[in-house]
Design a protein around this ligand. Structure first.
Ligand SMILES: *[C@@H]1O[C@H](CO)[C@@H](O)[C@H](O)[C@H]1NC(C)=O
Ligand SMILES: *[C@@H]1O[C@H](CO)[C@@H](O)[C@H](O)[C@H]1NC(C)=O
Ligand SMILES: *[C@@H]1O[C@H](CO)[C@@H](O)[C@H](O)[C@H]1NC(C)=O
Length: 637
């Protein structure tokens, strides 16, 4: 028969149901009646033990078997021997484990099974075990209450050994991150008592109390994070209990620092300097600029563009948006621009940007041939010019620079001209010797200008120079003297002969006019005998000549050119008059006496061929005209 009673629990000031067993004679239910209430009040005032003679012991957990909890005989004021006589035993009210037993020989209540408070009660406090001590003869039931005391046999433990946080690098100082509590199976002082954090640069720990009196910790950001410096932070969090000896448990706090776009792209150089030869073909890469952004992902993706660029340069250079590669896309001409300077801009996806400068120095290439400019030219040049006479002035130019614009100038070998350098790229073209138009009337003067480039470039110019005439040649007769023969009895106007003189000069300076030098022949002016055609040099007889009067004479012919002043030369023309048979012979012997017969006596025996007589005749003519005798009849034998 069970009698249920309210049990007073001294440590917690609550009432528990307790019971006394009275077996087996009578059964009685005591209900919560007024008298019971009085009894209940009595319970409050007096220890339970006195009511049911209960025995209460405190026992630390984890004690070994046979540990002596107390002495029952002594506590019940009984002789030890009676225990076995009265069959003292510990009963459990159900099949649960029996942790204690009684040593009947000594009366000791001993530990039968090691007690783990945490297993038995968990967080429940107090932790009690109730048993009944049964004595027979007479039946007596005592309650034995074991109060299990906690010892610090458990360390604090975190649910996870690794506590992960993802915190953006832009998190503000003072921001808090609550940490999971550690658990300690022990209770009270032996439970979790505090937390500590491994020393680190960024976080401190604040420990606070929960509403139910537990303790929790919060990470507090003490110094801002920078993902670019440290991407991950590991710290050891330690939870300690208040037991003695103290126990602790740890977990690793792993913080992943998330990126914020807090870095601008940074160029590898503030100024990029490049030297580039002119005429570099389109498509050539000049340089690759590069800016790095320490941020991650789109925060760190950099694009490039020109920020400041002249209208000219924009047609010549391009920049690749993603690679930063700068290319030539137009014509680079040193003669137009020697230097380009532009700004470049690097920007991440969200607009953080920075700038740098690109300076491109263009170097000269010998791509411009020299230019020859004829500044003045005396054309034609008189042939009597002194050696060293300046004929013309030329100027040479080259758009290139440095060596590439150093110009040498020359004239070809076989002409009587040279170039004299004058001031700064000016040259005067001068003659080197006397000229003679009659030998060479024009020159092709080729001037060559060569620059100092490598390879050199050159330009030529040909000047077609004419030599103008000067009357420097007198007419010259083809013969040193002329002889003319004319028959007497000629008709007036008959041409006697012709003279010819040449003058190599030009036009009127070379035009020859003939005339007779006035003189007299036998006291008669020569012009009454002869005349000369001024243009042709043909000499005519002015009258008929008589051989028998005079046989020859000389005359001088002058050839004169038309220059100013004129030049002349003269030549002698000898005129011979030839005989004509214009006179009959006159027989002087035998003297013609009017009779036409002449008798000569010849011996008969005279041989053929013998001289018989002589006939003598004279003739005013000469030569053949007086050359023979003819017998008219054959009487002469
Ligand atoms: C010079 O060149 C011109 C034209 O080419 C030519 O007619 C002339 O005969 C040349 N003169 C000389 C002296 O070479
Ligand atoms: C002839 O020579 C003179 C100098 O003696 C010169 O002045 C003149 O121009 C020349 N005439 C021609 C046609 O060349
Ligand atoms: C003819 O020529 C000679 C020699 O050249 C010169 O001395 C003389 O004066 C000239 N006579 C005339 C009439 O020109």
């Amino acid at each position: 028969m069970l009698i249920k009673l309210l049990e007073y629990h001294p440590s917690k000031n609550i009432l528990l149901l307790g019971r006394c067993n009275i077996k087996p004679s009578k059964m009685e239910y005591r209900l919560f009646s007024v008298p019971f209430f009085a009894f209940f009040v009595a319970l409050l005032l007096f220890p339970l033990k006195t009511v049911c003679e209960d025995l209460s012991y405190n026992i630390p957990e984890e004690t070994k078997r046979q540990y002596v909890i107390g002495n029952i005989a002594k506590d019940l004021n009984m002789d030890v021997k009676l225990l076995s006589a009265r069959k003292a035993r510990i009963d459990t009210d159900d099949s649960s484990k029996r942790y204690c037993d009684i040593n009947l020989n000594t009366g000791h209540l001993i530990v039968a099974e090691t007690i783990d408070r945490e297993e038995l009660c968990g967080s429940q406090n107090p932790c009690t075990l109730s048993y009944e001590l049964v004595l027979e003869n007479p039946l007596e039931v005592h309650r034995i209450i074991l109060q299990i005391e906690d010892i610090n046999d458990n360390a604090p433990r975190f649910a996870n050994e690794r506590i992960n946080f993802e915190i953006t690098e832009s998190a503000d100082k003072g921001q808090r991150f609550r940490l999971h509590e550690a658990h300690d199976s022990d209770i009270g002082q032996n439970g979790v008592n505090g937390y500590s954090l491994e020393k680190n640069k960024h976080f401190i720990l604040i420990v606070d109390r929960t509403a139910d009196g537990g303790k929790y910790a919060e990470l507090v950001l003490e110094k801002e994070l920078d993902r670019e410096q440290q991407k991950e932070i590991d710290m050891i969090l330690t939870a300690t209990d208040g037991g003695s000896p103290q126990r602790s448990g740890t977990a690793v706090i792993h913080i992943t620092v998330l990126d914020a776009n807090d870095n601008v792209p940074v160029f590898s150089q503030p100024v990029y300097k490049v030297t580039l030869a002119e005429n570099t073909p389109s498509g050539t890469e000049i340089i690759r600029v590069s800016a790095t952004d320490a941020d991650e992902g789109p925060n760190g993706e950099v694009t490039y563009e020109f920020s400041r660029i002249s209208d000219k340069a924009v047609k010549i250079f391009s920049i690749d948006k993603t690679t930063g590669q700068i290319l030539v896309i137009g014509e680079i001409d040193y003669e137009k621009d020697k230097k380009y300077e532009m700004g470049i801009h690097a920007q991440d996806t969200f607009g953080l940007s920075s700038t740098a400068k690109v300076i491109i120095d263009i170097t000269d290439v010998n791509d411009n041939p020299p230019r020859i400019i004829l500044k003045s030219l005396n054309n034609p040049i008189p042939e009597n010019s002194e050696p060293g006479t300046e004929v013309g002035i030329i100027n040479v130019q080259d758009k290139d620079s440095g060596e590439n614009r150093q110009i040498r100038c020359s004239v070809q070998q076989n002409v009587p001209f040279k170039l004299n350098p004058s001031v700064k790229n000016y040259f005067s073209l001068v003659t080197t010797k006397a000229l003679d138009r009659e030998k060479e009337s024009d020159y092709n003067i080729t001037i060559t200008a060569t620059d100092g480039g490598s390879p050199p470039l050159s330009t030529s110019m040909t000047i077609h120079l004419f030599v103008s005439d000067v009357n420097d040649n007198p007419p010259v007769f083809e013969q040193q003297s002329y002889s003319a023969y004319i028959r007497e009895n000629n008709k007036a106007g008959t041409s006697v002969c012709s003279v010819s003189a040449n003058d190599p000069d030009w036009r009127q300076n070379g035009t020859v006019l003939y005339s007779l030098v006035p003189s007299e022949v036998n006291g008669v002016p020569v012009s009454s005998f002869l005349s000369v055609n001024g243009d042709t040099g043909v000499i005519h007889a002015v009258r008929s000549f008589d051989y028998e009067q005079f046989r020859n004479f000389s005359v001088k012919v002058v050839a004169r050119d038309n220059g100013s002043p004129p030049l002349s030369s003269n030549v002698t023309v000898k005129v011979f008059i030839t005989d004509e048979n214009d006179n009959s012979p006159q027989i002087l012997y035998p003297v013609p006496d009017g009779k036409s017969l002449m008798t000569e006596m010849v011996p008969k025996a005279t041989l053929s061929g013998s001289l018989v007589s002589k006939v003598i005749a004279v003739d005013a003519d000469s030569g053949q005209n007086v050359s023979g005798y003819v017998c008219n009849h054959s009487s002469l034998r």
